[in-house]
Write a protein that binds this ligand. Structure first.
Ligand code: SF4
Ligand code: SF4
Length: 161
């Protein structure tokens, strides 16, 4: 399915999700990287040991969620747009979701955009809480979205109308 559509299976998504206990502690990275390719900038970007050392450059990332503070630096380092941060502790029925964004326009802070699932379907209106640059030599933006908590693990992109 992934190779034909670019959409991972629910089993693949579940396999990389942090435990409910870790999610309940605060912001944490989720790495939806499912293809073995020679790539590791996520690992070198994290200075906290959130990514375990790669034994081979083609390995899929393996995480130590206890070391991750949800800073989001690794989001901008990933050329595959495969890294996200979820904070389920934001509010009773809302979560914060950090996603990479490489399209134009870059949405404005405070604007309302469409939250899309992995297939590109609209799930909900979401607010753009924060927009930050991934770095002076990196065109990627990192968006922090306020999303319905029930969609925190389903929304993975946005549409700016
Ligand atoms: S979010 Fe920050 S602490 Fe967590 S894995 Fe990424 S770079 Fe490391
Ligand atoms: S940088 Fe992104 S695509 Fe490359 S290994 Fe890490 S998560 Fe996968």
């Amino acid at each position: 399915m992934l190779k034909k559509t670019g959409v991972p299976t629910s089993g693949q998504v579940e396999a990389v999700k942090p435990s409910p206990e870790r999610l309940a502690e605060g912001p944490v990275v989720i790495v939806e990287c499912f293809q073995e390719i020679p790539c590791d900038p996520c690992y070198t970007a994290c200075k906290r040991g959130g990514f375990l050392p790669f034994e081979d450059i083609n390995d899929l990332p393996r995480m130590d969620f206890a070391k991750c503070n949800g800073c989001g630096i690794c989001i901008g380092a990933c050329p595959g747009l495969a890294v996200f941060v979820v904070d389920e502790t934001y509010a009773e029925d809302k979560a914060l979701l950090m996603i990479p964004w490489e399209f134009l326009p870059v949405p404005e802070e405070g604007s309302i955009v469409k939250g899309l699932n992995r297939e590109g379907d609209v799930l909900a209106d979401v607010e753009v809480k924060k927009v930050r640059s991934a770095g002076s030599h990196n065109q990627t933006s990192i968006l922090t979205l306020i999303v319905p908590k029930k969609y925190a693990h389903d929304i993975r992109s946005i549409r700016v109308d």
